[in-house]
Design a protein around this ligand. Sequence first.
Ligand code: ATP
Length: 640
Amino acid sequence: MKIVSLMAENQAPLGDLTVKSRLPLPLVRRKRKLLEDADSIGPVENTKRSRSEKPDVQVIESASGLEARGVAVTKAIHHLSDKSASSAVRKPTATVQPARSRAMSVRNGIGTSRSVFAGTVNSRHPPSSRPPLRGVKGSVTPETSTSGHFGASDGRKPGSSACSLVVSSTRTTHKSARGNQRPGWDLRGQIEDKNKVLIEYRNQIAFLENQKSHLERDVQEKSTVSSTRGKELEKLRQAFNEADNERISQRNELLRLQRYEVECCELQRSVAELSTAKSSLSIQLDCSQVHLQQKTDECLKYSLNIKQLEELVENLKNENAEKAEQIQSQEMERRRLHNIVQELKGNIRVFCRVRPVLKNEENSLEHIVLSENSITLEKTAESRTGRDKKEATRFSFTFDKVFSPLAKQSVVFEEISHLVQSALDGYNVTIFAYGQTGGGKTYTMEGPTKGPTARKLESRGMIPRAVSQVFLTAEELQVKGWKVEMLLHKASENRSVAATAVNDRSSRSHSIFQLHIEGSNECTGQACFAILTLVDLAGSERLNKSQSCGERLKEAQAINLSLSCLAQVITALGHKDQHVPFRNSKLTYLLQNCLSGNSKTLMFVNLSPSYDNFNETLNSLRFAAKVNDCFIGTAQANKK
Ligand SMILES: Nc1ncnc2c1ncn2[C@@H]1O[C@H](COP(=O)(O)OP(=O)(O)OP(=O)(O)O)[C@@H](O)[C@H]1O
């Protein structure tokens, strides 16, 4: 017979309850021994049994705990019952004793063997080491020799019981004549032995059934306790969860309160800062109020002063109006007197100007004697016989003004600025330059056109200065962006200029610049109109000196022709002829208004200091003298 012994241990935590069932290993050994002994009793019968017979003892422990162990015990009981029945049939000689009889030994009729079945149901309360309540576990484990009791032990609480089952069988030893084994012939003795074993098995079965019922009750109780504890545990879990949720909410509330506390601290700091700022602002406000009060008092004083000042301003306005009327009447008087002075000076005046000596000129200026308003040319000629001393021939001329070579442009303009003022007062004014080529006409009227002094303010000629004076007087025109100088430069560029033997930049045409001036007086409602004419004539030249040929020759002939026409007009005016040939040339035709009476006319005669040009200088002076002797009538203001 094959013996299979299984050990199973199931531990089922039951909250604080642990149910532990064991079928101890010594019990298994004892049972196996017991069965071996039983087998040894009937070796003859064993050989007759079927090979497919199942093992004598199977201890099966399931995970369902004590119930499973109870089933195992039941099986053991049934097995023992079968065995006892079998033994009864075979008449084995065996005894079954309660566990407390401790041992049953069968050694083929000689000796003893012990089989112990033990089970424990323990209930302990080690909370820390107890696994969670999941069910009931049972175990069958080897038990020590101290077991052998069944029921509550150790004085533990009801429901926390420990029970152990010890089934021991002692096989009575029958001494045979050869020792512990009965002789083969002692069949009676063997039957007695088998009967004892049977009795022992039956006792064990009764004991095991009793144990089983105890265990079933215990299982029932434990199940009830387990279910109750499970419900309590569920409640506790729910309570725990609720408490945990409450704890979490309390913790969140605490965190929120902590945040509020931090915010409160910050707000308190802000309040402290704002309080400090408020106190400083209060101080500033007090100071400002004091300052404001002072300013208010000052304002009251100022308002009183303002009233006084307004009255004063009103009085001053009235005075100003009276003064303006006086100024207006004085201006009219000034104009009248100015015109009288100009008339006394003559409506046609002649200024003489001698230019400086140029680098390439020799024998200069020695033959010219200058004073403020006269010029004398001296020419030393040998007597016809050649025996007498050299005789000096003098040619003296008197003009309104004579300028030396040292005279600057500004000084010259001061003398003609009165005429420009007359133009602003509504009188026609004509200023023209006459003289031989290279005498300095263009320099006087326009200024230098090349060289380091070109276009410098101090070297500007009469035309740009006169125009500046006009526009300085009428600032409104200047604000509108009108520039004199740009037009003059453009006109100057368009003017024909060419080099001759006498002048490397000789003007080959007459230049006539006319500025139409209109003015009105808002106070009096008067309006005036005038033409300021500025003329730079082309220079007369001797063709043999200028060595002009081709186009230059034609230009020179035309220039000389127009100048001779001008001389004829001047001569006719000087002779007070009935007919004045203004139409003989375009030049005289353009200058007709200037020379016919209703104009204040000024002529520059520009002279060369070179002795080589003595004759040309003398001719120019003679022509200027003729002009100076002319009477062209009294100019009338052009008033509307
Ligand atoms: N007052 C002066 N100061 C310095 N240089 C002068 C003066 N007058 C004339 N000149 C110089 O003399 C030279 C001749 O002058 P400008 O060309 O003005 O003569 P012009 O009479 O206009 O000659 P043209 O009739 O041939 O045109 C120029 O080089 C000029 O710079």
